[in-house]
Design a protein around this ligand. Structure first.
Ligand code: DGL
Length: 300
């Protein structure tokens, strides 16, 4: 009979406790394992950055699916297939938990991946929704994201479960991702496009706006200026990092700050354009990214 909780079992159901038994119950090897974080590209680095800040003792393996970005305009079936491949790749690195840093992949694939995976998996949407519900005073929340995330209705569903009286107004902003990828963070073109998108939300008297896409925190100053001081901007990345911290503790998987370190603390993988990723990452992360490795994700 299988009596171990799923996150202490190998993929074939064999117990990891049995194979590396020690007196701690959950073996040190498992606690010292990295957390896998993935996104369609560089945007998820805003989530990785927050994890590095909030739980600096944890090791990370980051994968950016740069060959197949954007996820935001693709179908649910495609995103589930991509996410399964990425999870298979991350499992080859012995990750102890997975963060789906991409809003679109969280919207479309989180439930499927959680059901199929025997380690803890979280997305970014619950964290963003929770923060928004506690931030709003007038109960009117705006959510901006990709066509996939907004079209899925997932933010509305989760926010209304947490705050049934809340009004949620979603707006897809598909041009924001290419603008960020082009580095146009402070540019008149970005201002013009943002004012058009946000005018829809401004007429709805929202007091809270969820940045429901990995790239949008990088446009925070533009979005904040256009929405005005009365609107609280919610970046789900911060709350996701805290959720991960609590989840690891709850499963006794948190790494001790003074545990000895074998190998690199942070590793980065992409499916294309490794050098471009490295220079983008250098602008976002507090730590130097020494190397980004390219893998063929279609092999997984
Ligand atoms: N990472 C995606 C998200 O958060 C944005 C970029 C894309 O469309 O792939 O939804």
């Amino acid at each position: 009979m299988n009596r171990k909780p799923p996150w202490v079992q190998g993929p074939d159901g064999q117990s990891l406790e049995d194979s590396t038994a020690d007196t701690l119950g959950i073996p040190d090897r498992k606690r010292n394992a990295p957390v896998g974080v993935f996104d369609s590209g560089v945007g998820g680095l805003t989530v990785a950055r927050e994890i590095m800040r909030q739980i600096p003792e944890e090791r990370l393996i980051y994968f950016g699916d740069t060959a197949r970005l954007p996820y935001g305009s693709k179908s649910k079936d495609t995103i589930v297939r991509y996410s399964r491949q990425v999870v298979r790749f991350l499992r080859t690195k012995d990750v102890k938990a997975i963060v789906i840093a991409c809003n679109t992949a969280s919207a479309y694939a989180l439930e499927t991946i959680q059901a199929e995976t025997d380690i803890p998996v979280i997305g970014v949407i619950n964290a963003g929704a929770r923060t928004a519900v506690s931030a709003t005073r007038n109960g009117r929340i705006g959510v901006i994201g990709t066509e996939g995330t907004i079209g899925s209705g997932i933010y509305t569903e989760v926010i209304r479960k947490l705050g049934p009286q809340t009004q949620v107004i979603g707006k897809a902003c598909p041009l924001f991702v290419p603008l960020v990828e082009e580095g146009l963070l402070h540019d008149s073109v970005t201002d013009e496009i943002a004012s058009r998108y946000l005018s829809v939300l401004k007429g709805k008297y929202i007091d809270t706006l969820v940045l429901g896409c990995t790239h949008y925190p990088l446009l925070r100053s533009t979005l904040g200026r256009l929405m005005g001081d009365a609107v609280t901007l919610v970046n789900p990345a911060y709350e996701t990092a805290l959720e991960l911290r609590d989840l690891l503790k709850a499963h006794d998987l948190n790494r001790e700050p003074d545990a000895c370190m074998e190998g690199e603390k942070y590793q980065f993988y992409v499916s294309d354009l490794a050098e471009k990723f490295t220079s983008f990452a250098a602008a976002i992360l507090p730590n130097q990214v020494r190397e980004t490795r390219k893998i063929d994700i279609e092999n997984y």
